[in-house]
Structures are given as C-alpha cells and as structure tokens.
Design a protein around this ligand. Structure first.
Ligand SMILES: Nc1ncnc2c1ncn2[C@@H]1O[C@H](COP(=O)(O)OP(=O)(O)OP(=O)(O)O)[C@@H](O)[C@H]1O
Length: 841
C-alpha cells in the first residue's frame, strides 16, 4: 500500500512522505458503487434539469476501474455503475415533472487511434467514422447518430449496443482493457407545458477514458503497443490542457487542438459545463508512479474553473438576451441622463384637446341654461293659452246671451226689470272675465319668481340616489362624471324642446286649418240652409201656380188664345221649377260636403287636444328634469368642492412625496454613477493589463515593463476593491428596495405606479450587480494573488517591484490627503450655508 486516506477528510496521503492531496470526495476501496453514486454523482442530476451541461470524466491508469465505475459495459448482471444509475434517475425525474415536456436523445462515440467512430450507427464500422466540426461557438460531431429514447431501458439498450462495438483487448494489466476513449451523451430538451420561455437543452456527457499505460507493465506488443502509444498521446494532450487551465493562465493559449480528445472535451474543461472527474487509482505501491501522476492530474483538474451557464433553447435565449439588452439600455439611458420626453406635437395636441373640452363644457353649460329658460317660456305660453281659451269660451257665451237680449230689445223697444236684470248679469260676467284675464296675467308675471321656491320641493328620492351613485373619490373622475351627466341632461332637454317645437308647428297648422274650416262652414252652412228653404218654398209656390194655370187651360169657357197664353205660362213655370230643383239639389250636395268637413274639424280638434296634452306632458317632464338636475348639480358641486379640497391636500402630499422621490432618485443616480465609474475603471484596468500581459509574453521583462506591470496590478487590485465595495452597496440597496416593495405590496391599497418604479429600480440594480460581478470574476484576484509573483525572476526585479509599489502607494496617499482636505473645506462651506438659511428662517 502506498496510500493512506485521512478519516473524515477528503484527503489522500502518500505514505512515507509529507505529500497529500485534497479533493471534493475521496472513497476507499471498500466503498460500493451505490454509496459512491449517492454521495458524488446523484446531485448532478438536478443541474441537468436546471439546463446546465454536465460531464463525468473517468481518468486513471489502465485496469484501475474506470469502465467499472462508469458502468460503460453494463449488461444488467454486474453491479451498476454511474451510467445506468444516472439513466434511471433521469427518467425518474422526468416522470415526476408532469407539467413539463421532454425529449431525450442519446449518442455514443468512440475515439480510437485518433479516429472517431459512431457506436450507434447501423453502418459497418469502417463507414461509421464521424468528424469533429467547430461552428465558432461549440464543438459539433457531424453525422453522429442520435437516438430518441423514452425510458431507462431503451437508453441502456443503446449503451449496450454501443459497448459491444467498442474495441477492447487483453493486456497484462487488464483482461478487458478499453483501447479507446468512449463518450456516451444523454441530451435532454425540456420545456414547461404552459411556458415556452422555459425551454432548455442540456447535455450529459459520460466519458470513459482509456487508461494510461506503461508498455513495460502492460507488456503490449504489436497492435496493442500501437494503441497504447495513441492512448498516451491523447492523454498527454489532455494532461497539458488540464495543466494550462489549472495554472489559471486565463486568456493564454490552451492546446485544445493538440488532439481530438481535447477538442471533444473542450466544453467540459474550462468551458460551459459542470464537470466532475473520477480519478481511479491503485493503492498498490507497485503503481505509485501512475497513482501519483493521476493524483497530480486530478489536483490540477480541480483548479479548473468552468463557466457553466443554463443552456436555454435558442428562441428563449434570444428573448432573454433582448430583455437583458433592454435592461442595459435602460441603464445606459439613465447614465447618459437621457430622459424620455414627449414629442412636441403630442403636447400641442393635448393642449388643443383640453381647450376643446373646456369649450364643449362651456357650450353645454350655456345650452343648458338656455334650455332652462325655454322650459319657463313654454310653461308661460301654455298658461297663457289656457287662460286665453278660458276667456274665449266665456266671452262666446256672454256674446250669445248679449245677442239674445239685444234681439228682445229690438222686438219690444222697452226695458223692463227682467231685461235690466239680464243686462246686469252680463255686465257682471264681463267683469269676471276681466278679472280672470288680470289674474292670468298676474300669474304669468309671478310664475318666474315662484320657480326657485318650487325647485326646492321637487327633489325626489331618485335624485338623491343619483347624487350618490357617483361616489367618486377622484376629482378628475368626478368632474368627468359631472360633465357626462350634464351633457346627457342637456341632450335630453334639447330633444324634448325639439319635440315641443314640432308639436307647436303642427298645432299652429292644424289650428289655422280648423279656424279656416269653421269660418267657411258657419257662413256657407247658414247660407245654404237658407237658400234651400227659400228655393223649396218657391218650388212649392210655382207648383201651385202651375196647377192653377193647368186647371185654367182645361176649363170649358177659356178661349183658345188665353189657353195658349196659359200653356206658355205653364211651360215657363215648369222650366223655373226644374231650374230651382237643380239648384236645390246642388245646395243639398254642398250641405252634405259641409257635414263631412264638420267631421274633419272634429277629428282635427281631437288631434289638437291630444297634441296639447303631449306638449303639456313634455313641458312638465322638462320642468321636472330641469329641477332635478339643478338639485343634483348643487349637491354635486358641493361634493366636487369637497373633493377639490381633498385634491389640494393630495396634491400637496404628492409634491412632498415627489420631492422625497426626487431626493431618492438623486441618491440612486449618484450610486449608479459611482458603480458605473467603478465598473468602467475596472474594465479599463483589465483591458490595459491584458494587453500588457500579451506584450510581456512576447518580450523579456525590462525595468520599465515591470514598473508598468506593478502599476497596472495595483490599479486592477484597487479597482476590484472599489468594485467590491460598490457591489456591497448595490446589494444593500437592492435589499432595502425589495423590503420596501414587499411592504408596499402588503399594504391595503398598494400604489401600482410606486410598485412598478420599485421593480424598475430593483431590476436596474440587478443588471448593475451582474455587470460588476462579471468584471470582478474576470479580475480573478484569487488566482492573480497566487500567480502575480511569477513575473519576478530575480532580486533586481523584486527591487523594482517594491520601489514602484512604494512610490505608487505614496502617490495615492498624497492624493487621498488632497481629496480629504477638499472635502473638509466643502463640508465647512455647506455647514455655514445651512446655518445661514436656518437662522434667516
Ligand atoms: N471497485 C472495484 N470493485 C470490484 N472490481 C473492480 C473494481 N474496480 C475495477 N474492478 C475490476 O477490475 C477490472 C479492471 O477494471 P476496468 O476494466 O474497469 O479498468 P479500466 O480502468 O477501465 O481499465 P482500462 O483502462 O484498461 O480499460 C475489471 O475486471 C473490474 O471488474
């Protein structure tokens, strides 16, 4: 035994020496596959499902147990290694994530004598050679078979199929020695069923390397010897890459291209993957050299710092990239103090719009008050008309009576008591009519005065509801509601007014028609009746006369001459009778037509009556509506005044909050600017340092180069310290903002605008924190601290370094003193200024 494991520590000590190595885990030979898997491997499964690439790499001398540990040759009989267990766990997890969609594909390739073979290809072995391509971002193997699998069984069948085709051979060290490097890859594409933005594609590489070997020990000859040389060549290149990466010489050349193995593992070593190396060693002292070599390998590999990132689906990644870009642009915008201002035309339009709104409001108000006056006028007209009709009918009856009395006077020419009494009654009636007319006029005059007192009585329950339906706390909403109501009311009144006017027009037409008809009818009917009666009388008389003449004609004693005369007379009379009968018939027709007109007048009068009723109804509605609206308006105005008072208070509070907010924003901006400056400084320093390192690598270090190098190192160091401080401040800030946001969200009425502002601030800080962290990681002070002094090759170099460092520190101190004094003066000036303001207040 050449090794000793320190109990409870992941440490291996080389016996009989003071050499020891510390790793993440160390397992003794008695630890079984299950324990090894559960402790070191199982946790990596989670990373795959978070979208990270994962690589497990088995390295070690031949026969040390790489294939056994990886489980590459698993057939279902022997104890399960890593691959079968990983496969089972992956599909277990998939089963449990029901709200996600998955696509799993596997590939299996073998690198044998610098030739890459597709182990899952259906083709002949010599036709299944595939090639490596680089697409600028990542390594791709073109033409490699990718089989979709849906469960562990199918996956292990693929593993088994590939393993059978893998080259093995017997050596003195291992009866089934793998003569090639094998890479089994499980690629998992996942996406949450209801969110396409969660799509990720992660690769799980399981690498079983061929073992390093010494031909002396393996006793390989012929083909095995040739294989051994190629294996060692590949492993040597891998060792170099691990050394270069482990040395922390970031930015320096890494020999990935020296072999296909290193090209294939480029992503897993120093790239975008979480990589675990399983270093298999033999505890036998016989293998000490190989064991030490493997331990050193693993020790260097442990120092490699990969940069794993979640492998988002291309579309998702693009969305996220754009979101990040938006954040960065926002940040840049703030930094450049470019506030987003409204275009001028927009402002002009807004002004125009508000002027028009005001105009509309004024016009509605005016129209409304006009309509109110119109209502009053309508009512007055209605009252006047009613009074006029009353007087007209009273006058008509008085006139009738008067006519009667007058006729009686004409007959008797004497004034007896009864007639005098009648005349007195008519006189009284006429006085009454006069009084009525006076009263109506007075009523009309007083009508306007009584309107206000009437208004207060007509406020109904409905209106009360109307006032309270719009319980709006916001003054603008209230005013809008008020305007809307006023507009509605005005439109309604205007519509009714139109209706009244139309009715008036119709009434005027109908009334004039009726009066025209009445005028004609009364005159014509009287005349026609008289004419008909007279004509009938005349016809009767003529008939009698004709009869007389006829009798005379037939008398015996009449002379023929007389008879002839009488016959002529009879003929004349008959003519007259015929003429009068025709006229009489005509008059009767006229009378019938008049009767029809009578009917028409009756219908028109009915129509006039119902139109008047409608008009009265409309006017009443107008009046009620106007009263209710006036009442509503008064109460609304009261409310609005109340709201205005509240609004003034709110506005005052807003100004106060805005001032507070502005103050916060200034502080925030200052901090952002500080962080920007720090970040810029660090970036600049790193850039200069990078260029200088490149230059220094090309030529030998002179005194001046060392001086410049020291200055740059110090600059980077100080910039990193500043960045660390800024980062801390930003993180504190973010915590405070997050706390404020939480408090705000928990409050009963969270202000959404304020929430959004806080979220924006938090996001901006996130971006800045990420930006700073990136630069700090890049400056990598931990590694730099260890490798810094590699630049010094002699005591002379060390002296230059010390001198430069002292000089720079002294310079820095001097500047600090200057700044400190300047600050002291500024503080003094500000304090006296504040005191001055304080005392003058
Ligand atoms: N921990 C272990 N427990 C039991 N047997 C083991 C263990 N490790 C290795 N073996 C056995 O040792 C032999 C060699 O192991 P394996 O083939 O895995 O070595 P290897 O490192 O892959 O060698 P090579 O590099 O030559 O391919 C196998 O028969 C294997 O079953």
């Amino acid at each position: 035994m050449c090794l000793d494991i320190i109990p409870g520590e992941p440490q291996i000590r080389i016996l009989n020496s003071d050499k020891s190595f510390t790793y993440n885990y160390v397992f003794s030979p008695d630890v079984g596959q299950e324990e090894f898997y559960n402790v070191a491997i199982k946790r990596l499964i989670d990373n795959i499902f978070q979208g990270y690439n994962v690589t497990i790499l088995a390295y070690g001398q031949t026969g040390s147990g790489k294939t056994y540990s990886m489980g590459t040759n698993y057939t279902g009989i022997e104890e399960k290694g890593i691959i079968p267990r990983v496969t089972e766990d992956i599909f277990e997890t998939i089963k449990s994530k029901e709200d996600w969609n998955f696509k799993v594909v596997v590939s299996f390739m073998e690198l044998y004598q610098e030739q890459l073979y597709d182990l899952l290809s259906d083709k002949q072995r010599n036709q299944s050679i595939v090639d490596i391509r680089e697409d600028g971002k990542s390594i791709k193997v073109t033409g490699l078979t990718e089989k979709e699998v849906t469960n562990a069984q199918e996956t292990l069948e693929c593993l088994n199929q590939g393993s059978i085709g893998r080259i093995t051979g017997a050596t003195a060290m291992n009866a089934h020695s793998s003569r090639s490097h094998a890479i089994f890859t499980i690629c998992i594409r996942q996406q949450k069923k209801d969110d396409p933005n969660t799509a990720t594609v992660a690769k799980f590489h399981l690498v079983d390397l061929a073992g390093s070997e010494r031909s002396k020990k393996t006793q390989a000859t012929g083909e095995r010897f040739k294989e051994g040389i190629n294996i060692n060549k590949g492993l040597l290149a891998l060792g170099n890459v691990i050394s270069q990466l482990g040395d922390g010489a970031s930015g320096s050349y890494i020999g990935y291209r020296d072999s296909k193995l290193t090209r294939l593992l480029q992503e897993s070593l120093g790239g975008n993957s979480m990589t675990l190396m399983v270093a298999c060693i033999s505890p036998a002292d016989y293998n000490l050299d190989e064991t030490l070599s493997t331990l050193r390998y693993a020790d260097r590999a442990r120092k490699i710092k990969n940069k794993p990132v979640v492998n988002q689906d291309q579309k998702t990644a693009e969305i996220n990239r754009l979101n990040k870009l938006i954040q960065e642009l926002r940040l840049a915008l703030m930094n450049q103090e470019l506030g987003i201002t409204c275009p001028k035309e927009h402002e002009e339009l807004e002004e125009k719009c508000s002027t028009l709104q005001q105009k509309l409001r004024d016009m509605t108000e005016k129209l409304n008050s006009n309509l109110a006056e119109i209502v009053i006028m309508h009512e007055r007209a209605e009252m006047a008309e009613q009074a006029r009709e009353k007087i007209r009918s009273a006058m008509a009856s008085v006139l009738d009576e008067f006519e009667q009395v007058l006729q009686n006077f004409n007959i008797s020419h004497e004034i007896d008591d009864e007639k005098r009494k009648k005349l007195k009654i008519i006189y009284t009636k006429m006085l009454e009519i006069q009084n009525d007319e006076k009263k109506a006029s007075e009523e009309l005059l007083n009508y306007e005065i009584s309107i206000d007192s009437k208004n207060s009585v007509t406020f109904t329950k409905e209106d009360a509801e109307c006032v309270h339906t719009g319980e709006l706390n916001n003054i603008e909403d209230s005013l809008d509601y008020f305007d809307k109501k006023e507009e509605e009311h005005t439109l309604r009144q205007a519509e009714r007014n139109n209706e009244v006017q139309n009715i008036n027009k119709e009434l005027a037409l109908k009334e004039s028609l009726v009066s025209e008809l009445i005028k004609n009818i009364t005159q014509q009917t009287a005349d026609s009746h008289r004419d008909v009666a007279e004509m009938e009388k005349e016809i009767e008389r003529l008939h009698v006369e004709r009869e007389e003449h006829l009798q005379a004609v037939h008398a015996r004693n009449i002379t023929s001459k007389l008879a002839e005369t009488r016959r002529k007379k009879v003929q004349e009379l008959e003519k007259k009778i015929a003429e009068l009968t025709r006229k009489c018939q005509e008059q009767n027709r006229v009378i019938k037509a008049k009767e029809k007109q009578d009917q028409r007048i009756k219908t028109l009068s009915n129509e006039i009556r119902s139109l008047k009723e409608i008009r009265v109804k409309l006017i009443r509605q107008m009046r009620n509506d106007a009263n209710n609206f006036t009442k509503w308006k008064q109460s609304r105005e009261k409310e609005i005044n109340k709201l205005k008072t509240q609004d003034r208070k709110r506005a005052f509070e807003m100004v106060r909050l805005k001032m507070q907010h502005n103050k916060q924003e200034i502080v925030f901006k200052r901090k952002m600017e500080e962080a920007f400056a720090v970040n810029k400084r660090l970036k600049g320093a790193l850039e200069i340092q990078k260029k200088a390192t490149e230059r220094q690598e090309k030529k030998a270090n002179g005194k001046d180069e060392i001086k410049t190098w020291v200055a740059q190192e110090l600059e980077v160091l100080m910039a990193t310290i500043d960045a660390d401080l800024s980062l801390e401040k930003l993180m504190q800030d973010r915590a405070t903002l997050s706390y404020q946001l939480e408090q705000l969200k928990q409050s009963s009425n969270p202000n959404e605008e304020e929430c959004a502002t806080l979220v924006k601030f938090i996001e901006l800080r996130n971006t800045q924190i990420a930006d700073l962290q990136k630069e700090i990681v890049e400056s990598d002070q931990e590694t730099r601290a260890k490798t810094r002094w590699n630049m010094i090759h002699s005591v002379a170099d060390a002296k230059v370094v010390c001198q430069t460092a002292f000089h720079l520190i002294a310079q820095e101190r001097k500047q600090q003193c200057y700044k400190f004094n300047e600050l002291k003066v500024s503080i003094h000036i500000y304090t006296s200024y504040i005191l001055h303001i304080w005392t003058s207040c």
